[in-house]
Each structure stands twice: as C-alpha cells, then as structure tokens.
Design a protein around this ligand. Sequence first.
Ligand code: PMP
Length: 302
Amino acid sequence: MKAWVNGEFLPEEQVRVSLLSHSFSRGSAIFETFDVTETARGPALFRPDAHVERFINSAEALHVPLPAGKEELIDILKTAVRTNSMSSGGVKLFAYYSEPEFRLIPKERSAKLAVFCFELSGIFGEGCGESTKPLTAGMSTIRKSSPSFLPVHAKACGLYVGGFLALSEAVEQGYDDVIMLDELGFVAEGAVKNVFFVKDGAVITPKLRNVLPGITRNSVIEVARGLDLPLAETDVTPEQALASDEAFYTGTHIRVCPIRSIDGKEIGAACPGPVTGNIRAALNNAYAGRDERYESWLTYIG
Ligand code: PMP
C-alpha cells in the first residue's frame, strides 16, 4: 500500500525519518489509528471525527504544531483509503519531526504528517473484527502512569513503553493479554485496550482518570445506553474484576473482545457471556451501518 506523506503518495518503504529526529530519539511522535469498515454503502471510516479530535488533543499535549485542521485531516484519510482501494482495514496517522535534532526541545517545530493503510488480517490474524476470540488476561506488576507524571490521555509513541513492558510481562507468564492497575491500585486498562466488567447485569468500566479515552470505550457506553443496560464509570478494584460475571476489552480493531480468565481465574460460566454478546452485536451493527441510530459514526469513502 502507498503511504501519504505531506501531500505525496510514496511506497511505504521510502518513508524515512532520521534516527536523530526528536520523534525517534525522544518518542515525541503522535499518532491515531482508524478502522475502515465494510458497509452496504461501501467502505467507511468509523468515527473519524472523534479519532481526529483525540489526535488534535494529543498534538496539544505534546506541543506538536499540526499542519492541518480537523476537516483537512479527514479528507487526507479518505484520500489515502481511496488511493489504496481499501474495502476494510486499518489506517495509521502520524505527526512527527523527521529531521536531526539534538536538543530536548526541538528548535525547528514543523511537524510532518504521514498516513499508512494496512490490512488487519495480516497483522492481527483472528485478533480483530466482528468476533474476536476470547483472551486470557494477567494483571501486570507494571502500573499505568498517572496523569500527574505523563499526559496519559494522549497517543504519543514514547508513552507506549509502559504498555509494551506490561504486555511483555503478561505474555511471558503465559497470558494472551494484560490488565494494568493505576498508581492507586485500581484497574486501569490493557496495554492498547480499555476494559469493561459485568456483574449482576450491570456494566462497569474504570474512570477516565488514568486511561486513554478510547473511542470504542465511548461507543460501548453509547450502545449499552441504547440497550438500556445499567453502566457506570467507576473505580474498579482487582477483587471486583476477579469476581465479575463477564469481562471484555475494547479497541478500534478488536471492537469488543471477551476476556475468558484473569490471573488464571475463569470469568463467568460462558464466554462471551450474554451481556458481552449483546453489546458486541450492537457495536458490530453500528460498524456495519445496520443501525440508523449510529449512522453519524460512519464517514463513507465513496
Ligand atoms: N488504551 C490505550 C493505551 C490504547 O492505545 C488504545 C488504542 N488506541 C485503547 C485504550 C483503545 O482505544 P480505541 O478504542 O480508541 O482504539
């Protein structure tokens, strides 16, 4: 697939940054990932405005001046999807400094934009789409950063070292995925996923304090309301997580992904449980354009 870089389409392997660039050496690049979903009206970007708003917030948090505004960014994404003739898949948007820079504060503050399109199956296998297979999760000893240390609500490359280490620890212990706690000991999120729990029919998810404001987290809250399910954003203790009847991760490409066990303890009798199944079906309908209540979430490419 061809990458869009500052107004030009290039073969992906020709996109370069200096190893001395601020984005590489200090981890200051910011990014956003979008889902291209198949609908009866052709391919559509799922909630690109919400993703682009988060991208703009990430840029502000990292002091990266963006060379384009919201509408222009959405147009660039649509052009990249169209040029690569995608019917579904993923799109990754970056803003970054590409040139050599030794200073801690970059002198030349002109950020570039790059857009990469990719097929999901090649990268994530069965790990994304309408019916992701249930995962085992382990709670890591590595805590999620607090907003008083780092801008945890931003998607900046340097912020992902913590999640990378936490996930590595869980995988080394034999789990598929990880649940990170925050500095107070409450459940925060996965390395690149938000997390939800169900107890006695009620859905809970950790407050936004320490977690990325996931677009899918927000979509799940909306569809749960549409299903008249009780839902609360609240502090969740590890004990509550372990005692839940159902648990699931959320993310742009995985959508709703059931959690089968936590720290080796089976969660619920069936996986996915009934509430997870209903939320997943409702969200899949929204992605596919089958529920007109969520029609505004789709931006058609055609
Ligand atoms: N938390 C983190 C740290 C993430 O990187 C992601 C992926 N963007 C998520 C949660 C899920 O967010 P979204 O639903 O917007 O993909």
